[in-house]
Design a protein around this ligand. Sequence first.
Ligand code: GLA
Length: 393
Amino acid sequence: MLDEMYPVFGKIYGSDTNAQSFFSPGRVNLIGEHTDHEGGYVFPCAIGFGIYALAQKNSLGKLRLYSMNFDSGDSAFEIRYDDIHGKVTGSQSWVNYPLGVASVLMKHGHEFTSGVDILYNGNLPDGAGLSSSAALEVLTVRIFSDLLDFGIDGVKAALYSQEAENNFVGVRCGIMDQFAVSMGRKNSAILLNCSTLEYSYSPLELGSCKIVITNSNVPHSLAGSEYNLRRQQCEQALSDIKKAVNVSCLCDLSANELEEVCYTVKEPVNLRRAFHAVSENARALRASQSLKDGDVATFGKLMNASHVSLRDYYEVTVPELDLLASLAWEFDGVIGSRMTGGGFGGCTVSIVEGGRVEAFKEHVGSEYERQTGRKASFYETVIADGAGKIERV
Ligand code: GLA
């Protein structure tokens, strides 16, 4: 990746003499879906696919940005820091992620004393829900922090990135994606309490099993109104429940406690959303514990239950994701399978016995194509470290 980037960097920006290299992974969430914005637990890990960048300071006082995934031609998008006010529209709208990050950092008092040139190039499949946006944001924070000596740590980098996505890009996402890509650790999943940001690493000991990501190739779009609508429905449920009991977020409640106050929730649809958040939070905790106990089978069952809850109560799956999950469930050698990420397209994550992975891909791939006319893509990935500077290899 990096090797092909240096000549492009030289061509776009004139010289690559001082260019430093950076990488941010994407993420896959194993369990704990749509719990982050409700103050619950998530259990994601950073993956080997991600976004690479080369970056150096320039003396023009401008931010210049070029992506090998979106741009063609010889010139970069460029802007003076003072001119970053709002979103860019059109074919270069991908720059809103780095612009959002610059804007948030300035708001928090970081001084941009030099121009910066950045070249991005990623291998995360587009629209797959593996957090390309969070990767781009956190990567850009890491670049600014490193080149301009901001001294921003991994947790702060995640929070600034989330703020950029919430307030500049306009998606009211939780903290999971940015935290996972910033704080990931090789061969470990992160158990994160999204209410307190306390976290711990769990070594991913899956015995002979492998993690397989299956892309439905139905592009997901979170910026679409559905994500924000789910959040609003949870907020309404919480505000109804608060009239009966003193809680600060939905995931403060246990399933039994929610049962006791369910009559307070006026809209049935909002109760279904709350029921998902509360039960998924419990599943995330149980699942991470079962992995610690070496009980992969229970982990797998909880993944399956998570999918059902996302399908029936949170209603963020699409028929293609449901089909991928049920094809996996019926296959001998699958420990568990569920949609991962925001939903409305994107990927499933499955735990599959190592010796059955090829047969799994064959079975799921051919049935999926027969029933939908679409081809699924399969990724086996390493579990990676979080974003940061890398050496040229
Ligand atoms: C998206 C959001 C995350 C999280 C997931 C669902 O990936 O960016 O904050 O809410 O959806 O778990």
